[in-house]
Each structure stands twice: as C-alpha cells, then as structure tokens.
Design a protein around this ligand. Structure first.
Ligand code: MRU
Length: 318
C-alpha cells in the first residue's frame, strides 16, 4: 500500500499526521489512549473508518475503563468510533481485536469497491468530496475505493476542495497523485457549473453515520452536492461499510453534528482573512436525506433508493 494512515508496531500506534499533508509526510507515535484520543480530536487521523481503527488501538494500548470515555469524547459524529469501542469492550485479547478491526476494514473496503465498480460506466468522470481514500480508512478507501476498484475503466476524479478543512485539496489530491489516479481539483462552488456543462457523470461520497432510514451524515457540503446531482439527474452514491450504519438512529435529524473551531472559517493555518469580531458557524457535517441518494454501496450489497424497509435486512444480519 502506497498510502497508509495507521501502522501498528506491537506497542505503539503510528499515525500519518494528516494535518501536515501534503507538505510533510510524518508519522506521529501514540503510546497511550489519551494520545490516540488527542490525535483523533486534533485531526491527525480522520475519516470515519480510520477513526474507528485508531480508537481500537487506543484501547489495545491501554485497556482501562477510563480509556473508553476518553476516546468516546474525541469526535461525536462518525459512529465507527463508538462501533469500534463497543467491539473492543467485548474482546478478551484487545491487541488481537484491534488488529482484526484494521485488517477487516481493508477487506470490507475492497468489497465495497467491487460492488461499486459495477455501477461505474467506462470513462466516468466521478465527482467526490472530502477524503474517503486510504487516508480515511485502514486502506483502499470507501468512495475513493470505488474509484480505485474501477481504475481499469479509465475513470477520472473531480475532487472538491472541501472547505473549510480542505480534505479534498490537501488529502484526496495528494492521494490520487501518489497512486497515479487521474484527478482534477475544483473549489466546492464549481460543482454545479461542471454538472450543468455535462462534465460530471456521477457523484460518490463517503459517510460518517447512516441512520436506519438511509439519511446520511457526511462532510459539510455533501447535502448541497446531492441537491445539485438531483437537479442534473446524476447518480448520487454513498459508499460506506456496515460499521457506519447506526441502527438505533431512526433518521438523520438527531445525528450529533460536530461544531468545530471558528478559526477554520476565518482563516487557515494561522492566516486570518475575516475581520476580528465576526460571528462564525462551523458545523463539520450535514445530513443528506435518503430520498436524494441513488444507492448506498456497502460490503454486502448495493441498496438502491435506500429506505428503512430496504436497509432493515442488512442491519439485522450485521
Ligand atoms: O472531518 P473528517 O475529515 O473526519 O470527515 C471525513 C468525512 O466526512 C468522510 O467523508 C467520511 O468519514 C467517510 S471516510 C471513508
């Protein structure tokens, strides 16, 4: 694997520090649960599946009762974090379980890729959002994993920069360059224009939490893309593992949405462009209603026109 977000040494978790990309490729070493929690909170590791894997290693490093609470407080929206903590709580051999979660995530992503690739036409120009690749997972990726799995169809990526944290411009652009995946970077507000000029064939995004009815929380701006895709009659796919489904959440209205610091909106990396004293909102995620989603691609199935009824069989067998 050219891009590896997490590495386990046996007594430490090494995280590719995503705050420094694309300028620097530096691994951060975590030896305690608190260090892993801080790395998740401060975005050294991000992306729902990668957060879940990191949290699992946090418990493997320090299997204390207090570690669960510390890790659970790191970020609120991606349900993979809570899924991984629950699985770790039930495990007897914590180190083996964390490694199993990591290995399974790669397998699951390859399965998502194989399911999704069938939906991708030859030569498709695929709009994607945020970073959903190897950097956001144990490897391969979810939405970007579908692109990886469809590479022999001569597909290309249009990556939205993903304001305010720039996961598209910094991370997806870097990951695609590392692997030679054809990729064009645009700012988020260019998506509608390109769709109106027939320069996009489909949209694939990832997810942080999928409610039982298919409503999907993902990076802020995803909802806007779904509305645009509907307007232009373009397929809008969500690719995510079953660990991102929250069967206890009936719909998207109660999904906790992380509110992040104002300085991500007023500037970037220490450079400020907004005036001092301005009020700011910075929700990190939004919820796309199921009715705007063409299909949800997971490791077991492609659920077309997702709804409570259609997702139920998957959630009960998971
Ligand atoms: O704030 P981030 O960078 O953790 O948000 C990531 C996303 O929204 C991704 O789309 C999602 O976690 C899926 S990653 C496979």
């Amino acid at each position: 694997m050219k891009v590896q977000a997490l590495r386990w040494t046996g007594d430490a978790l090494e995280l590719l520090d995503q705050r420094l990309l694309p300028e620097q490729v530096v691994y951060l070493t975590c030896r305690t649960a608190a260090e892993v929690a801080a790395a998740i909170r401060d975005m050294a590791v991000r992306g729902a599946p990668a957060i879940g894997c990191a949290a699992a290693f946090g418990i493997a490093l320090e299997p204390e009762e207090t570690s669960y609470a510390v890790l659970a407080k790191s970020r609120p929206t991606a349900v993979n974090l809570f899924w991984a903590l629950e699985r770790m709580r039930r495990a007897t051999d914590k180190k083996a379980e964390a490694q199993a979660i990591l290995a399974e995530d790669i397998e699951v992503n390859r399965a998502i890729g194989a399911q999704g690739a069938k939906l991708v036409p030859r030569g498709a120009r695929i709009l994607t959002y945020c970073n959903t690749g190897a950097l956001a997972t144990a490897g391969h990726g979810t939405a970007l994993g579908v692109v990886r799995s469809a590479r022999d169809k001569d597909v290309s990526v249009i990556a939205c920069e993903t304001r305010p944290y720039l996961q598209g411009a910094r991370l997806t652009a870097w990951e695609c360059l590392q692997e030679g995946i054809p990729c064009t970077l645009i700012t988020d507000n260019m998506a509608g224009h390109l769709m109106s000029r027939n320069e996009i064939d489909l949209v694939i995004v990832g997810a942080d939490r999928i409610a039982a009815n298919g409503d999907t929380a993902n990076k802020i701006g995803t909802y806007t893309l779904a509305v645009l895709a509907r307007r232009h009659r373009l397929p809008f796919y969500v690719a995510a593992p079953l660990s991102t489904f929250d069967a206890d959440m009936p719909d998207g209205s109660k999904i906790p949405i992380e509110e992040r610091p104002a300085d991500e909106v007023t500037g970037y990396r220490g450079q400020r462009w907004a005036p001092e004293g301005i009020c700011v909102r910075n929700p990190a995620f939004d919820v796309t209603p199921a009715e705007l989603i063409t299909a949800i691609i997971c490791e077991k199935a492609v659920v077309v026109a997702p709804s409570r009824e259609r997702l139920l069989p998957l959630l009960t067998t998971h």
